[in-house]
Design a protein around this ligand. Structure first.
Ligand code: AMP
Length: 231
């Protein structure tokens, strides 16, 4: 790409597919904000705002918060200067066809440049989710595959490593079920729009990242147009 066009990306994939980790890397690579609706909601829960209290009821059961509410949150974030100028990578949004439609309206007359679907089989994500631990402060992920240098302490920020309240067996099953029901139709939605790139999410973090970058390069989306450093 030549010139500072906003790079507008979204990432699909089952819970536990590694979206968050790859989105952080992509956000560094392209120097664009990483917008994770799950992280935004968890921040509201930690801040104990009335909105956070309401959202946590849904989140702990593994249910989705309402389309109107989450779309309002995202719309506000996408109206900020950094996302308008640089672009963004969306993680965890859209999650329903209604949200995808709302996103198109928010971004009009432009739109997303590409949607990456990180493909990881159900059995693999289940094993990852059951073993997942996260930093309570910065949200960095750990598991039986990726563990911290010091037990219980986050490598990135020194925060405490905990299990997410929605990583219980019941909530995990519900979230994966909802993914198939509500989010899976988005792959067809974005395929029809010619935006979908399905990427195999099995492999090392670097291998998966390279596959994503190759898919984006194939669409002419590459480089650090704002002079950011590759990670
Ligand atoms: P995540 O970290 O993306 O798995 O999100 C954690 C939880 O936040 C989800 O299980 C939902 O309860 C809620 N959530 C996050 N993003 C959305 C969204 N786009 N629509 C509805 N609920 C969401």
């Amino acid at each position: 790409m030549d010139g500072p066009h906003p790079i507008r990306l979204a990432m699909l994939g089952r819970q536990g597919a590694g979206k968050g980790t790859q989105c952080v890397r992509l956000s560094h690579h392209f120097a664009i904000p990483h917008i994770s609706t799950g992280d935004m909601l968890r921040a509201a829960v930690r801040a104990n705002t009335p909105f956070g209290q309401k959202a946590s009821e849904f989140m702990e059961r593994g249910e989705l918060v309402s389309d109107e509410v989450i779309t309002g949150v995202v719309s506000e974030r996408l109206g900020e200067n950094d996302t308008r100028v640089r672009g963004f990578i969306l993680d965890g949004f859209p999650r329903t066809v209604a949200q995808a439609g709302a996103l198109q309206e928010i971004l009009a007359p432009g739109g997303l440049l590409a949607v990456v679907d990180l493909d990881v089989p159900l059995e693999v994500v289940k094993a990852r989710l059951f073993s997942r631990r996260v930093c309570a402060v910065c949200g960095a992920n750990y598991s039986v595959e990726v563990f911290p240098r010091v037990e219980g302490i986050c490598d990135v920020c020194g925060g405490e490593i905990v299990q997410r309240p929605d990583d219980t067996e019941e909530a995990i099953s519900r979230r994966l079920e909802l993914y198939e029901e509500m989010t899976r139709p988005l792959t067809e939605y974005y395929r029809r729009l010619g935006l979908l790139e399905v990427v195999d999410g099995i492999g090392s973090l670097d291998e998966v990242m390279e596959r994503i970058l190759a898919a984006l390069r194939g669409r002419g989306i590459e480089g650090q147009v704002f002079g950011g450093q590759d990670s």
